[in-house]
Ligand binder design. Structure first.
Ligand code: ZN
Length: 355
């Protein structure tokens, strides 16, 4: 239980403190406090005395059972199962030695609990937490999952790449329904609609299927073997967060009108870049993308960098990309891909991230 006040018997305050798990330095501090309040401990008449303990010594006064009780109390206040919360906090092992002094992580480091739960737990225990660092706020996200096309977890890989794609489609709805189709075998973590709405389809902690460098029909056996080797070295899906932006990509001009790659008539605006026509990205899409990428970089401590050869150029050196951490286009990973295309403004993204 939280104890700001400790009661001890004279003779023997030192033994009492030792039995409570105090370090020699802390015992010395306590004896100083006793002396301040009552005079020299060895001169005190036998009996009970109390002293207020220094704040920093307090966590050591908790037994494992005290922490278990506090977690159960917290669970009860939230209408949750106590054991489930103890499990989420990563503290089920405490039941093995209930009456030992608690020596687990400090409350502020119990990352299985939400910041709010940690604050409430500290309140129940009667202790104060170090100031909580500013929370990283996510931009508005529309949860559009669940989808079947992903692999749970990251296979032990860090999350340190952000891969930008275009959907080669005309709407967020169409892309979402494609990602929900098990036959598609493709997905991304996020999708930015034409109006800038950000949809989330796969949790960051799971592996989406957006940049895998798989063997392709039509390529030689040797080329496909190299692709598999490249995927194994770079691990783009396992390390990457995939962001799809709704955009048709290249357009074909025939008889004064435009067609999409799949011969769908296109009536929107077109930009000419590098000798071809493209559907331009909307300002709302850049705005949302900047917010999303900034958030993801902060959340996962990903440096907002582009690779040395540029984010929109293919990098033949797989080992260089294996150690690169930052932001790049799908085309930098896979030479059969061109997205997000030459009409994507990488400078605008970089500027937005630094601003
Ligand atoms: Zn792509």
């Amino acid at each position: 239980m939280p104890q700001k006040i400790i009661t001890f018997r004279i003779p023997g305050p030192e033994e009492v403190l030792k039995a409570q798990g105090f370090t020699p330095q802390e015992i010395r501090k306590c004896l100083e406090l006793i002396q301040e309040k009552y005079g020299p401990p060895d001169k005190l008449t036998p009996g009970e005395y109390t002293v207020e303990l220094p704040e920093e010594a307090l966590p050591r006064l908790f037994t494992n059972q005290d922490i278990i009780n506090a977690i159960y109390k917290l669970a009860e206040s939230k209408g949750e199962n106590g054991w489930a919360l103890l499990k989420r906090a990563g503290l089920t092992h405490l039941v093995q030695n209930r009456y030992d002094l608690y020596s687990g992580p400090p409350i502020e480091a119990l990352t299985g609990l939400t910041p709010e739960e940690r604050r409430l737990l500290a309140q129940i225990l009667g202790i104060s937490l170090p100031p909580i660092p500013e929370e990283i706020e996510a931009p508005p996200l529309v949860q559009a999952g669940p989808i079947p096309n992903y692999t749970p977890g990251r296979g032990g890989n860090p999350i340190d790449l952000i891969v930008i794609h275009y959907t080669a489609s005309g709407s967020a709805e169409g892309t979402i329904s494609w990602f929900k189709n098990p036959r598609a075998r493709v997905s991304a973590h996020y999708l930015v609609g034409k109006d800038g709405t950000i949809y989330q389809l796969v949790r960051d902690e799971d592996t989406a299927w957006h940049a895998g460098i798989p063997p392709r029909p039509g390529l030689s056996e040797e080329e496909n073997r190299k692709r598999e080797e490249r995927a194994r070295v770079i691990r783009p899906n396992e390390r990457g967060i995939g962001i799809e932006i709704v955009n048709w990509g290249p357009l074909r001009k025939t008889n004064g009108s435009f067609l999409t790659w799949n011969d769908y008539p296109y009536n929107g605006e077109a930009v000419q870049v590098g000798g071809g026509y493209w559907e331009p990205y909307a300002d709302a899409q850049y705005e949302s993308l900047i917010k999303l990428v900034r958030y993801l970089c902060r959340k996962h401590a990903i440096p907002p960098n582009y690779p040395p050869e540029g984010p929109g150029n293919y990098h033949s050196d797989a080992s260089q990309l294996a150690s690169f951490r930052g932001i790049l286009g799908h085309c930098a990973l896979d030479n059969t891909k061109i997205d997000p295309g030459p009409h994507f403004d990488w400078e605008k993204l970089a500027k937005g991230l630094s601003g």
